[in-house]
Structures are given as structure tokens and as C-alpha cells.
Design a protein around this ligand. Structure first.
Ligand code: 5GP
Ligand code: MG
Ligand code: MG
Length: 184
């Protein structure tokens, strides 16, 4: 593991830099084949997408646009409320566009279920959902990723864009935090 005062908070590494790099290149190749004759727009879901998005768009090497949207979902202590709100909207018209939505993790599915309908209502021609991680065991909404990097167990993961209390997003790998970090 490289130098970092974040590493001491990590219980175990789930996905190494090498595993992430290799899989994202495969995902980019797949998107290139699917969209090489189209003019897609990548729409990243902030903030979690930013590391994955940067690698994915460079791996795909498609003539394309890059856009972002921010959403927040309200959750009570026990379960996701399913209420999703847009906190920063798209800055460009998506009417008739082929949209590639880029998410860090698909968990309950509430965020992507909402976004899919939102983007279609805004006139998108097609929606392709791409997620780096998928926790299918936790799904509450009927949504399936068109392209998913890795299936992960029902554990809270951080790194590579994913945060705990807004930290750990800049860890270059994905890991599980030590229990004492939560109780601090
Ligand atoms: P969903 O709406 O599918 O339940 O979850 C969407 C968001 O919840 C993700 O984009 C992510 O921000 C957050 N989330 C879900 N599971 C995890 C996790 O294991 N770790 C982190 N850091 N965030 C998660
Ligand atoms: Mg996210
Ligand atoms: Mg978060």
C-alpha cells in the first residue's frame, strides 16, 4: 500500500488499483463498441462518480460530451425514504440524446430509478446505466445496470470516489473501514 494517513483506517482492501484499472478499461472498450457510431453524452452523478468518470471517459475514448448532475436522497435511520432531490441540475439540453449515466454504486436503486425517469422526461432518446459497483442484495427499486464493474457484498465501502462523511474519496482503491472509525 502506498503512503497515506487514510490507510490506517482501512480494515481490508476489496478492490485494488490494478483490479479497478483493468476492469474500467474493459468497460470503456464495451462502451466504445456500443457507441462508436453515436454521439453520446456522459452524465456523471456527483460527487461519488468523479474518479470513476475520469477514468471511464478516457478508457472509452469516444467522441462524446461530459456532463454532471448532483442529487441527494433523504434517508431515515432504518431505511431509504426513496425521495431523491436534484441539487444541481444539468446545464445542457438532452433532448434526443443518448445518455450514459455514470454512478459510483447502485445500492437501493432509488437514485438511479429516479434519475432514469427524470432524464427520459427531459427528452433523452436512450439511457444506459453504468455503475462501478453493484450491491444487488439491497435493491428496493426495479433497476438493473446495463454495465457494472463489480458486484460487492452488503458492506459499506469507501475510496475511488466513495466517501464516509465526505472523506476517503481520494483513496486510489476500494476498501472497508475499521468499525472504530464509525464510532469516533
Ligand atoms: P441508492 O440510491 O442506490 O441507494 O444509493 C445511491 C448512493 O448511496 C450511492 O451513489 C452512494 O453515494 C451511496 N452509497 C450506497 N452504498 C454505499 C457504500 O457502500 N459506500 C458509500 N461510500 N456510499 C454508498
Ligand atoms: Mg453516487
Ligand atoms: Mg456519500
Amino acid at each position: 500500500m502506498a503512503k497515506s494517513n487514510m490507510n490506517q483506517d482501512i480494515l481490508k482492501v476489496l478492490l485494488s488499483e490494478e483490479q479497478l484499472h483493468q476492469r474500467i478499461q474493459e468497460m470503456g472498450d464495451e462502451l466504445f463498441e456500443k457507441f462508436r457510431d453515436k454521439d453520446p453524452m456522459f452524465v456523471g452523478v456527483l460527487n461519488g462518480c468523479f474518479v470513476f468518470m475520469a477514468d471511464l471517459v478516457r478508457a472509452a475514448q469516444l467522441k462524446s460530451e461530459v456532463e454532471f448532475i448532483s442529487v441527494s436522497s433523504y434517508k431515515n435511520a432504518t431505511k431509504s425514504s426513496g425521495v431523491v432531490e436534484i441539487t444541481r441540475d444539468l446545464q445542457r439540453d438532452i433532448t434526443g440524446r443518448d445518455i450514459i449515466v455514470v454512478e459510483d454504486i447502485l445500492d437501493s436503486g432509488n437514485t438511479l430509478y429516479f434519475l432514469r425517469n427524470y432524464l427520459l422526461a427531459k427528452g433523452a432518446r436512450s439511457i444506459t446505466v453504468v455503475t462501478l459497483l453493484d450491491k444487488p442484495s439491497r435493491r428496493e427499486k426495479p433497476i438493473v445496470a446495463d454495465l457494472s464493474g463489480f458486484e460487492v457484498p452488503d458492506e459499506f465501502v469507501v475510496g475511488f470516489g466513495l466517501d464516509y462523511c465526505q472523506q476517503y474519496r481520494n483513496m486510489p482503491y476500494i476498501g472497508v473501514l475499521k468499525p472504530e472509525v464509525y464510532s469516533k
